[in-house]
Design a binder for this molecule. Structure first.
Ligand SMILES: NC(=O)c1ccc[n+]([C@@H]2O[C@H](COP(=O)([O-])OP(=O)(O)OC[C@H]3O[C@@H](n4cnc5c(N)ncnc54)[C@H](O)[C@@H]3O)[C@@H](O)[C@H]2O)c1
Length: 246
């Protein structure tokens, strides 16, 4: 059991990459708290995961909901060893047409709320003298592509936020790493993936010859959560079939 006696918070944990990560963590002995907005999805996920999973319903952009998450997680888990900052928003439009509210919403969900949750978890991890923070960024936090400027910026900021935690909290035995997924088959990309000709064009950018599955990212999270990665912090890890290699 690679995560025996470990406890984790996973935001956006009821779907896609978050749910696959919860499955991988529970299988390896962890207790998990899933955080998200949609009660039915959370209930379904917890039912599947069994006794070691709990959920807290709430919105990442509400500080009150984040306080509730921390209180309930500490009550159910007796500590927080792993934080997976996974919840995120993706959308696009030409840069000069992005409205103030679209820009603000992207920054609120993808970076500001990550800061708000992480600043609440850090004192718990500091007191424990251990912790692993995993930030689900994107290949678009490493390279830029057109029409998604706000997303590019939010995920680039998340990578730098992740490094900032690593350098500041390493002395407390708290590690922080980013994972940068390439295109992964989830609800977020379901509509895009229906466009066969677009997918044929995009697949040329993936040397490994396929797009990713949520489990590809979950396996990376499992490694970064476990003691096997105890000397890895401040890393920005693409899991992208080679997209960022060229
Ligand atoms: N799917 C991809 O191709 C891909 C690629 C790179 C990065 N990512 C990143 O992976 C992460 C997970 O995405 P996914 O692909 O699993 O899609 P997804 O839509 O299944 O997951 C996103 C989750 O975030 C939650 N969420 C969004 N806003 C929230 C809010 N304000 N409060 C609480 N929860 C909120 C959603 O409800 C959902 O459960 C995201 O951060 C995304 O940017 C995905």
């Amino acid at each position: 059991m690679r995560l025996k006696n470990k406890s984790a918070i996973i935001t956006g944990g009821a779907t896609g990459i978050g749910l696959a990560t919860a499955r991988a963590f529970c299988k390896e002995g962890a207790k998990v708290v899933l955080f998200g907005r949609r009660k039915e999805k959370l209930e379904k996920a917890v039912k599947e995961l069994g006794d070691s999973a709990y959920f807290v319903q709430g919105d990442m952009t509400s500080n009150g909901d984040l306080d509730k998450l921390i209180n309930e997680a500490l009550h159910n888990l007796k500590g927080i060893d792993i934080l997976v900052n996974n919840a995120g928003l993706f959308n696009g439009s030409p840069l000069h047409e992005i409205t103030d509210s679209q820009w603000d919403e992207m920054m609120d969900i993808n970076i500001r709320s990550v800061f708000q949750l992480t600043r609440r978890v850090l004192p718990v991890m500091m007191a424990q003298k251990r912790g692993s923070i995993i930030n689900i960024s994107s290949i678009l936090g490493i390279v830029a592509v057109p029409q998604v400027a706000a997303y590019n910026v939010s995920k680039g900021a998340l990578n730098q936020f992740s490094r900032s935690i690593a350098v500041e909290y390493g002395p407390y035995n708290i590690r922080s790493n980013s994972i940068c997924p390439g295109l992964i088959e989830t609800d977020m990309t379901a509509d895009l993936m229906k466009d066969a000709s677009l997918m044929k064009e995009w697949s040329k950018d993936y040397p490994i010859g396929r797009f990713g599955k949520p489990e590809d990212i979950a396996n990376g999270c499992l490694y970064l959560a476990s003691e096997e990665s105890s000397f890895i912090t401040g890393a920005v890890l693409p899991i992208d079939g080679g997209f960022t290699a060229h």
